[in-house]
Design a protein around this ligand. Structure first.
Ligand SMILES: CC(C)(COP(=O)(O)OP(=O)(O)OC[C@H]1O[C@@H](n2cnc3c(N)ncnc32)[C@H](O)[C@@H]1OP(=O)(O)O)[C@@H](O)C(=O)NCCC(=O)NCCS
Length: 182
């Protein structure tokens, strides 16, 4: 027995943010470049999805699939030789979905300066069972003030995502009802 409050029977115990937070590090090579000679945005997006997927799997204790990726921002170019660190953590959890926040940092291969932020993104993962159907996830328990702020901000993004999806669905249904075929 522990002194921690236990969840009601049938509920999954919550997990602290730090239990699944992770960093993926990767050195950029000549295979990763675009025509300008800097690193292709898609290469960074793959690393972001990989790191976020690892976090979602660790938090939910099983398979999780990317449902959406939004607000992917590229702040600075990444170059061949740079050591890129992709830091990810669960910001928020719903019933079966998790928002994962990702920060991309680069250490320049030829400068002894601190790692610089070069990008960020928010991804929603859905935890799924062996049939690919959504399954319940443990609630994330924010630990620090920064975790709590990220949780609150993720809730705002969740509200906007749902509202946008609903509005677009309604518009399409309305156009279909009017017989507009596009
Ligand atoms: C993501 C997926 C499992 C959702 O399945 P679904 O039948 O629509 O199930 P639901 O509507 O119950 O959604 C499950 C959860 O995901 C969330 N979700 C689904 N689509 C979402 C989207 N586009 N953006 C944000 N959240 C989304 C829902 O809000 C819900 O969250 P909650 O349980 O915490 O409230 C399903 O669409 C899927 O398998 N997509 C393909 C995923 C994939 O293969 N990714 C890799 C790309 S190659």
């Amino acid at each position: 027995m522990t002194d921690q409050p236990q969840p009601p029977e049938g509920e999954i115990p919550g997990k602290p943010t730090s239990a699944s937070r992770t960093t993926l590090s990767h050195i950029m090579t000549g295979n990763d470049t675009n025509l300008l000679g800097t690193v292709h945005g898609g290469v960074i997006m793959k690393l972001v999805d990989d790191a976020a997927g690892a976090v979602a799997g660790r938090h939910s204790g099983g398979p999780a699939v990317t449902a959406s990726m939004d607000e992917m921002v590229f702040l600075e170019p990444v170059r061949v030789g740079d050591l890129v660190h992709v830091r990810a953590q669960v910001n928020w959890t719903g019933r079966s979905s998790m928002e994962v926040g990702v920060r991309v940092m680069a250490e320049r291969w030829n400068e002894s300066t601190p790692a610089q932020q070069v990008g960020s993104a928010y991804l929603v993962f859905a935890a799924v069972d062996e049939d690919g159907k959504p399954r319940r996830v443990p609630q994330v328990v924010p630990e620090t003030e920064r975790d709590k702020r990220r949780y609150q901000e993720a809730q705002i993004r969740r509200t906007h995502r749902l509202a946008r999806r609903r509005a677009i669905k309604e518009l399409r249904e309305q156009r279909a009802a009017e017989g507009i075929d596009d």
